[in-house]
Every structure is written in C-alpha cells, then in structure tokens.
Design a protein around this ligand. Sequence first.
Ligand code: NDP
Length: 294
Amino acid sequence: MTATIIDGKAFAAKVRGQVAEHVQRLKDEHGLTPGLAVVLVGEDPASQVYVRSKGKQTVEVGMNSYEHKLPADTSEADLLALIERLNADPAVNGILVQLPLPKHLNSDLVINAIDPAKDVDGFHISNVGLLGTGQKAMVPCTPLGCLMMLRDHHGSLSGMNAVVIGRSNIVGKPMAQLLLGDSCTVTIAHSRTRDLPEVVRRADIVIAAVGRPEMVHGDWIKPGATVIDVGINRIEGRNGLFGDCDFDSCAEVAGAITPVPGGVGPMTIACLLANTVTATCRANGLAEPQGLTA
Ligand code: NDP
C-alpha cells in the first residue's frame, strides 16, 4: 500500500482563504478589523523567522499585525507591563508571546498574564482547563491544525484508536484532549512507554510529536493507519527538515501520512490566524467561523 499524502501546505492555504473571507465579513458587516500582537524578546534566529512569517500572513488575510520586539535583557516587569497594555487595547484581539523566552523570564508567569480571551496560542492555564473539561477554549495551534486535517480526511473520528507519542503541554497533551473530544480512544505514549512499537501498532491514528528524527518506522504502523508527523528536526550531514517518522517506510504501510516539510508546519500559523478571528468573534458576541475551531 502507498499512503495518500495529506498536503498541509494546500490545506493551510484553504484555511487562510476561509480566514480572509471571515475577516472581510467582519470589516464589511461590523466595522471590525481583527488585530494580532506578537511579542518577541531577544534575537533567537528561528524565532525571528517565525515572527516575520506570522506578521506577513496576518497582513495577507486582512488583519492588523502589531509586532513588539524587545531586547534580550528586558525585565519581567517591563514585559508584564507590555502585556497589560495589549490586554487593555481594544484593537488587539490576539496576543502571542514567542517562546522560548530568555532564561531570566518566567514563561508560565508571562503566559498566564495574557487575557485568556486573547490567548490565541491556547497556553493560558484557563484555556488548558477549559479544553481539559470539554468547554469552549482557545486551542493550541499545532494540535488544532492536526485535528482539522484528520477531520478533513476521515470525517468522523469517533471510535478510532489514536496513539499520541509525546506528552508536552504544547502538542501532546492538548492533541490527546482534542482526539478525546472527537470520541477517539486515546493512548498517550512518552519516553517511559514500554514496547512503543507494539503500542503504536494498535493505532488507527498516530500522532508523532517527539522531536527525534525518523524514530517511527513503517513496521510500527498498522496497515491503513493515518500518520500525522508533527516533528521538525535537523539531521547532521543531511540537508532539509525531517519528521519524527521515517517517511518512506511509513508511507509504504499507512493509509495516509503528512510529509515534513509541508504537513503540520504550515497548519500551525494558519490556525493562529483562525484563532485570532475566533477570539475577535467571541469578544464581540458574534457567530464563530464554521470549521475553524475545535
Ligand atoms: P518536547 O520535547 O516538549 O516533548 C517531546 C515528547 O516526546 C516528550 O513527552 C517525551 O517524553 C517524548 N519522547 C522523547 N523521546 C521519546 C522516545 N524515545 N520515545 C517516546 N517518546 C519520547 O517536544 P514538543 O512537543 O515541543 O515538540 C515535539 C516535536 O514537534 C519537535 O520536533 C518539535 O520541533 C515539533 N513541533 C512542531 C510544530 C509545528 O508547527 N509543526 C510545533 C511544535 C513542535 P517525556 O515526557 O517522557 O520526556
């Protein structure tokens, strides 16, 4: 069997198109232009690339982008003061603090200072709790993107066995919550899981969010399963980016698979834009965009 390739780049373009349409409607019918503020502390090169890309795509879908670049030695008090200003600014509907922060800053404290209604990354403890209890939350972008691709491919996920490899707060745990919300039977695996290949072989849906290049092999995959590869890794001596799955051997067995690059990655920013529209609608008591939320 050769797997269907789930084209995240094309799917993300479709999501951005839907976001742009909704933004236009908000402008035309309600005089609202959603605004996304991105805060970058320091000069981490990868973070700078992400922030630039986020800003560009925000403007492309018709929203306002506000970039706040602060020096690496910014004090916690100054950063918290900026977040307070953004919380109070009616032109700002979404706030994202680019992680990782420099070591002298307490990320939990900073993230939890964001107004939960503007927390478009979905990392605020209130949103974590709302998601965990099945209530309306702002949902972390990468897992939301994975869920959208799975729903698009399968329709209903009800009753499917899903194995999420990785239990981080930003990917693994919220991914598991979302799959549970769609009535999957969910297993969360991690570095202490015994006989991981055997656990993965039971899965109709495999989400690999580990950070170890090409760890998951084709002989771990149940024939016909759907494999969502969240990993973004580099391998010394080889050019390009590599997922957590060995693409060639997994694609031989899986029913569908996301490539790296061009799978989950593009969906993450598309979902950030979708979350900003959702936040704008909720803040103004308007109907949320269909298909862009969990
Ligand atoms: P973390 O390092 O926070 O978490 C990795 C998880 O993998 C941990 O739960 C860890 O287990 C588990 N793990 C590590 N080694 C093994 C192993 N040998 N067997 C089973 N489980 C293992 O990573 P993130 O969740 O932040 O990211 C995961 C990957 O996804 C990375 O490659 C990252 O670059 C990528 N990523 C991609 C995004 C995108 O937009 N496409 C966005 C975010 C991340 P334990 O808890 O026991 O240590």
